[in-house]
Design a protein around this ligand. Structure first.
Ligand SMILES: Cc1cc2nc3c(=O)[nH]c(=O)nc-3n(C[C@H](O)[C@H](O)[C@H](O)COP(=O)(O)OP(=O)(O)OC[C@H]3O[C@@H](n4cnc5c(N)ncnc54)[C@H](O)[C@@H]3O)c2cc1C
Length: 398
């Protein structure tokens, strides 16, 4: 793919397959899953059969061997039909599998990746805590070595994909010691069912009703030392890398919802008549549609640009933050415009735009809020190497 971002034949084929799957299988049931707050096991299983959970991972670990841009195209298409299913896929691929794939030992990869890439099992990522959200390095969860085990105590908030019937476990960040006066954060895998691992009932959420989100707690939870991911103290760097890919993926998810808002608005504005003509004949509507389309195109190009950097093995932190900021704020704005274009009907749950409006806001919050994305971008511009903590500590700490 060159600078003009032509998709390869393989990328186009994946986009088309996922688009048809989204339209024919996902879209007809999305409202029902949302209304019933039901995790869509059957659709997740079909996505697994399509190879979507292992899409950007090599066949040697059970993946589909496609590139990262292909995964972003798949995410956009699935999220165009159902953002809750989009986040299930995103959290599975970018948060569940990525830490094990990038930093796990051979044994960990062999043990977990084939099942996770097949979509028959889900793995979660536990970074956020009640007192450590945007300041993710403020982890209070502790993992103390005792013999051949870590003893884990702490709580993780808002964790996606941890509590379904096919959830297998979670990679958490925990303080394992001190280094130079700073807490040493490590990533540790905890299998579901380990004594002392508890999951709360699902949260009641504004949107993403068909996605599983729970609080997890660890009470003297013992896991083997072999469950450490990468080296002890490497957890902070690992989650920055994981979030880099994750943010581009959330941006792709956002583009999907924004596109759904535009598609719905185009259709409705050409059907609904007022003052003897369709809404689409009013210039006020045309301006909205044109601005939506322009912002979506810009967002999509930023997503592809950031994805291309990942595929080329180049640092993508700044462009990931920019893509997420642009795409998530565009999606929220498009959902607002879509409801406005639909008038009172847009406020009713009979049409999908009400769901888009509820589902979209979280994209400006999850995997780093818009404010944090701006700080990440500023830290790159100001020479703080993408480190929000260094930026906040003031001048001279770059
Ligand atoms: C549905 C859902 C699913 C999630 N899934 C996961 C998951 O799977 N795994 C996981 O680990 N986490 C997950 N999260 C957590 C998510 O990443 C956090 O909610 C997010 O990072 C923000 O943290 P917080 O909620 O603690 O907000 P806070 O950090 O308390 O922020 C509150 C407000 O203060 C602002 N703020 C904070 N610091 C600054 C600053 N320095 N400068 C300017 N403004 C600032 C924020 O931008 C925000 O507007 C999920 C959250 C939700 C809602």
């Amino acid at each position: 793919m060159g600078l003009c971002f032509d998709l390869t034949d393989e990328q186009e084929a994946i986009r088309q397959t996922c688009g048809e799957f989204a339209d024919q299988v996902v879209a007809p049931r999305a409202a029902e899953f949302d209304r019933n707050q039901e995790f869509p096991y059957s659709v997740v299983a079909q996505m697994g059969e399509l190879g979507l959970f292992g899409l950007p991972y090599p066949t040697a670990v059970g993946g589909a061997g496609a590139d990262f841009v292909s995964y972003l195209l798949a995410l956009e298409e699935i999220s165009r039909a159902d953002a809750a299913l989009g986040i299930t896929l995103e959290a599975g691929v970018s948060l569940g599998i990525a830490p094990i794939f990038h930093f796990g030992s051979e044994q960990q990869r062999e043990r977990y990746l084939p099942e996770l890439c097949s979509g028959r099992g889900l793995w979660a990522f536990g970074l956020t805590e009640p007192e450590a959200g945007s300041d993710a390095a403020g982890t209070a969860t502790k993992a103390v070595r005792e013999g051949g085990e870590y003893v884990i105590d702490g709580t993780k908030s808002f964790i996606t994909n941890a509590g379904t019937e096919i959830s297998r476990g979670v990679t958490i960040t925990a303080v394992t010691g001190n280094s130079g006066g700073r807490p040493q954060i490590s990533a540790i895998m905890v299998e579901k069912g380990t004594p002392g691992y508890r999951q709360a009932p699902p949260y009641r959420k504004l949107g993403w009703h068909a996605s599983d989100t729970r609080e997890l707690s660890f009470d003297s939870c013992r896991v083997p030392i072999a469950n450490l991911v990468g080296r002890e103290g490497g957890g902070f760097g690992q989650f920055l890398k994981v979030l880099e890919g994750g943010r581009i993926a959330i941006a792709a998810l956002s583009v999907g919802v924004a596109q759904a808002c535009l598609d719905a608005s185009l259709g409705y504005s050409q059907r609904r008549r007022q003052f003897g003509r369709t809404l689409s004949r009013f210039q006020a509507t045309q301006m909205k549609l044109a601005d939506m389309a322009t912002q979506i195109e810009l967002s999509r190009l930023m997503v592809w640009r950031a994805g291309l950097l990942v595929d080329q093995g180049q640092p993508a932190g700044r462009f990931a933050a920019m893509a997420k900021l642009q795409a998530s704020e565009t999606a929220t704005w498009c959902a607002n415009q879509a409801v406005q274009i639909h008038g009172g009907a847009g406020f009713m749950e009979d049409l999908p735009v009400a769901r888009y409006y509820r589902d979209v806001k979280i994209n400006e919050i999850g995997e780093g809020t818009s404010e944090i994305q701006r700080l990440v971008i500023a830290s790159h511009l100001l020479g703080f190497k993408g480190s929000v903590s260094s930026l906040l500590e003031g001048p001279g700490t770059a």
